[in-house]
Every structure is written in structure tokens, then in C-alpha cells.
Design a protein around this ligand. Structure first.
Ligand code: SF4
Length: 459
């Protein structure tokens, strides 16, 4: 999960600021590092560790002046949490200046890297985005045509790769043929924005144009925009977790309101797993919308049991190992007056490792709650994600190794229930969605070939 943007704006001084504001509204997609790259006869860039507001200062925007800008907020998957792996990746090649901001993860990273190294190419990082940048440069050198280079790129990459790119001052957005990650286009008063989520278009006061289709590119040259099909989309599989957890609830992805989808998940969860309780509460922030849906359907009041400190960034110095208990407390605290003596339904979006949930339940119970019934707005996560989410092995996934009953006991909950898979699909359908999503971490059937896993090939 990362956030990407691309901005074209004729005022070169303003363009990087607009990209900065867009990145700021995508901060929820990654807090580890942030970066911007712009073209003005050459590509200049600034990237650093931490939140968008921590990385950039006012002076940076003079340095970054340029009409075409791309940006990235990172959440690490492939590649360690280090400044070298921060994006955009920038190269100067015989084909011109190239910058790439990537959301996704390549399944065939090692193979591609070996091939490129055998050709004599040198890598400075272990990020898969550097592979994409090098390949793009290689293919552009072939005949210099952007469309052709994207077609070639598409023929060798396996995995998830939605990107914004600069090739000199040409701004490009591309969504892989599976459409794992979202990408949409907005119109500004005198320019364009390409971004992961529509909330970034809203933040700039822009007008939503449309989602980029899987396998499609959007290209902005000298202020003119064109959409171009690069590859056929034989199987569409947008990550279902965009709707469950990642995206901001005020975003619309592929025509579906994330808020509506999440509310429906909560409503169906309430029908599937009702509880006799005093009120419904959420694990903030991502559990809130499903909890509202649960409360609405069950007729129980919605109240807050936990308050989140929203200012904990990646550069926040986390407590030392000996003070580990502190780390959850610093992020969330209990509203003691609300929980004392109460039977509570606590709604969360998902459980990955279960460690945070366990501590939260402990905190609520220690504050005097009578019963805590946990309800999860998604089915159990039983398999790893190879497409850009930090769930790499079955060992780390609590639901891959324990039954629902066992998980409830481990977490100290009075009861635990997950939304069923059919309930999840019904919620998406009710919100106006399609049938074809990536559900691999829930079903163990993968939409692209992954060594050692079951490939759910499009028949
Ligand atoms: S495996 Fe799960 S988290 Fe990964 S892309 Fe598919 S649905 Fe999303």
C-alpha cells in the first residue's frame, strides 16, 4: 500500500505545491517516506523518511518548480525501511530523464533483477521500483516511444504495478492489467491530477474525470490529455482491502463509494453475528464506518470506547522494548466512563497478527468493561499477500494458524465473529460493485501466478 500522484499544471511554481497537497491527502496510504520529482529541463527531486509535512519545507518548492510533477508516500513491502528505497526513483539515461512512483509489488523481482544484472546493469537498492525504472529506460531507448515502452514493460512484469511516471516533461499514469491498485484522473482549473484515490482530487478542488481502467495509460503532454490502452485486461482483480481498510472512506474507487461499501459490511456483519450488548464501538479509525453500519442495523447506540492519537508518525520514537506496553497506549486510550460496567460490541476492519487487538481488549477490560464482543468487518486473513501489503508469510497471520474460537480466546474477547466471504461480496454488490476482486489472502486463490500458490486462472 502506497500513495501515488502526478500533477500537470502550467504554473511551474504552483505545480509541486499542488502535488504536495495531493500527497498530504493520501498520507493514510503510507507514512514511512515521502517524495516529489518534477521536470524543468532536468528532473529535480526531494525525498525523505517520515510524514509529508516532515519531509518538505517551504524552500523545497522553489527547487522543485516544474509543470510536471509526480509524488509518492511509501509503506514498505519489498525493500527495507531506508531512505534509499524512498520514491520516486529517478534516472538520467540516454532516453532522457525518467522518474517512477510505484504502488504495488513485483512477484518476479528476483528473476528480472538477475536478467538485468547479467546485462551489466547496476542496482543501488533492493526496491522493485528500481527494476521498473531501469526497464523503462531500456525500452525507451529501444525506439523512444512511450506507448511502446509501456507495452514492453507490461509484457515482462508480473505482480501489481500501478504507477505515475515522468519521461522528461511527459506525465504518465499506468494501472496494471489486473487493476490491483486504484488510479483515477481529475481535472484542475488549468491542469490535471492523476492519483491513487479521489479524495486527493477533492482536496485540490478538482473535478473527477474517471478511473484509469486496468491495462490503460493516461498521458499528459503539453497540457493535452489522452487515454491509451496498453494491455488487454483478461482478469480484473482489484484488492478488496481497498474497500475494507486501506482507502479513505470519502474516496470513490471504480465507481464504488468506500464509505457505502464499509457501512454495508457493518450492516451484514450485524445480521450475521448479532450480540446482546449496551452499545457498539469501533477500533479507530479504520473500524469506524463498519461500526456505524453495525449500530444502524442492530439498533444499538454507537459510542466511542477508544480515542486515537492521530499524530503518531513514522519518525515518532517508539518506546524501547522494555516499555512495549506503552506503544499501544500512546496510540489509543480508553474512555473509561463509557466502558465501565458495559457490554460492548467492538468492531474492527480486520485482524492480521492479532497483537494490537489483544492489547486493546485488555485495556478496555482493565478499564472496567463487563464484556467485549469483537466483530470483524472482513473474513479471516489466511494467506500472504504478494501484491504490496505487508502480510508476507502464513506464520505471521493469526487466522492461518488458529480457529476463530482460538483467536477469540488468545485475544481475551468474550466472543469473536468475522464477516463471511459471501457477506463481504454482498456488501460490495450492494454498494454497486462488481464480482471480480482479489480475495487471495482470504481464499488462497491468486489472480496471477505466484510460485507455490494456487493460480486462479481466468477461464
Ligand atoms: S492478497 Fe489480499 S491484500 Fe493482497 S491484493 Fe489480494 S486482496 Fe489485497
Amino acid at each position: 500500500m502506497c500513495g501515488i500522484v502526478g500533477v500537470y499544471y502550467p504554473d511551474a511554481e504552483l505545480a509541486p505545491r499542488l502535488a504536495y497537497y495531493a500527497l498530504f491527502s493520501l498520507q493514510h496510504r503510507g507514512q514511512e517516506s515521502a517524495g516529489l520529482a518534477s521536470y524543468d529541463n532536468l528532473i529535480r527531486y526531494k525525498k525523505g523518511m517520515g510524514l509529508v509535512t516532515e519531509v518538505f519545507s517551504d524552500e523545497d518548492f522553489d527547487l522543485l518548480a516544474g509543470r510536471s510533477v509526480i509524488g509518492h508516500v511509501r509503506y514498505s513491502t519489498t525493500g527495507l525501511s531506508r531512505i534509499e528505497n524512498a520514491q520516486p526513483f529517478v534516472v538520467k539515461s540516454k532516453a532522457g530523464f525518467i522518474a517512477v512512483a510505484h504502488n504495488g509489488n513485483l512477484v518476479n523481482y528476483t528473476l528480472l533483477r538477475n536478467q538485468l544484472e547479467n546485462e551489466g546493469r547496476v542496482f543501488t537498492t533492493n526496491s522493485d521500483t528500481e527494476i521498473i525504472t531501469q526497464l523503462l529506460s531500456k525500452f525507451l531507448l529501444g525506439n523512444g516511444d512511450v506507448i511502446n515502452a509501456l507495452e514492453n514493460l507490461n509484457s515482462v512484469l508480473i505482480g501489481s504495478y500501478t504507477m505515475t511516471m515522468l519521461v522528461d516533461d511527459t506525465l504518465i499514469g499506468y494501472r496494471d492489467p489486473v487493476g490491483f491498485k486504484p488510479l483515477c484522473v481529475g481535472e484542475l482549473d488549468d491542469g490535471y491530477i492523476i492519483c491513487s484515490e479521489s479524495c486527493a482530487i477533492d482536496a485540490l478542488g478538482g473535478k473527477f474525470v474517471r478511473d484509469v481502467e486496468p491495462g490503460e495509460a493516461v498521458i499528459v503532454r503539453d497540457g493535452e490529455i489522452e487515454f491509451q490502452r496498453i494491455a488487454e485486461s483478461k482478469r480484473r482483480a482489484t484488492c478488496i482491502f481497498e474497500y475494507i481498510y486501506f482507502a479513505r472512506p470519502d474516496s470513490i474507487i471504480d465507481g464504488i463509494s468506500v464509505y457505502e461499501a464499509r457501512t454495508q459490511m457493518g450492516k451484514i456483519l450485524a445480521r450475521e453475528s448479532p450480540v446482546d450488548a449496551d452499545y457498539v464501538s469501533a477500533v479507530p479509525d479504520s473500524g469506524i464506518t463498519a461500526a456505524i453500519g453495525y449500530a444502524e442495523e442492530s439498533g444499538l447506540p454507537y459510542m466511542e470506547s477508544l480515542i486515537k492519537n492521530r499524530y503518531v508518525g513514522r519518525t515518532f520514537i517508539m518506546p524501547a522494548q522494555t516499555l512495549r506496553e506503552l506503544s499501544v497506549r500512546l496510540k489509543v486510550n480508553v474512555v473509561r466512563g463509557n466502558v465501565e460496567g458495559k457490554k460492548i460490541v467492538l468492531v474492527d476492519d480486520s485482524i492480521v497478527r492479532g497483537t494490537t487487538s489483544k492489547r486493546i481488549i485488555e485495556m478496555i477490560k482493565n478499564s472496567g468493561a463487563k464484556e467485549v464482543h469483537v466483530r470483524i468487518g472482513s473474513p479471516p486473513i489466511v494467506a500472504p499477500c504478494y501484491f504490496g501489503i505487508d502480510m508476507k508469510t502464513r506464520e505471521e497471520l493469526i487466522a492461518a494458524n488458529h480457529t476463530v474460537e482460538e483467536i477469540g480466546k488468545i485475544m481475551g474477547a468474550d466472543s469473536l465473529a468475522y464477516l463471511s466471504l459471501s457477506g463481504l461480496l454482498e456488501a460490495i454488490k450492494k454498494a454497486g460493485g462488481r464480482k471480480d476482486y482479489c480475495l487471495a489472502c482470504l481464499t488462497e486463490r491468486y489472480p496471477v501466478p505466484v510460485p507455490g500458490e494456487i493460480y486462479d486462472s481466468p477461464s
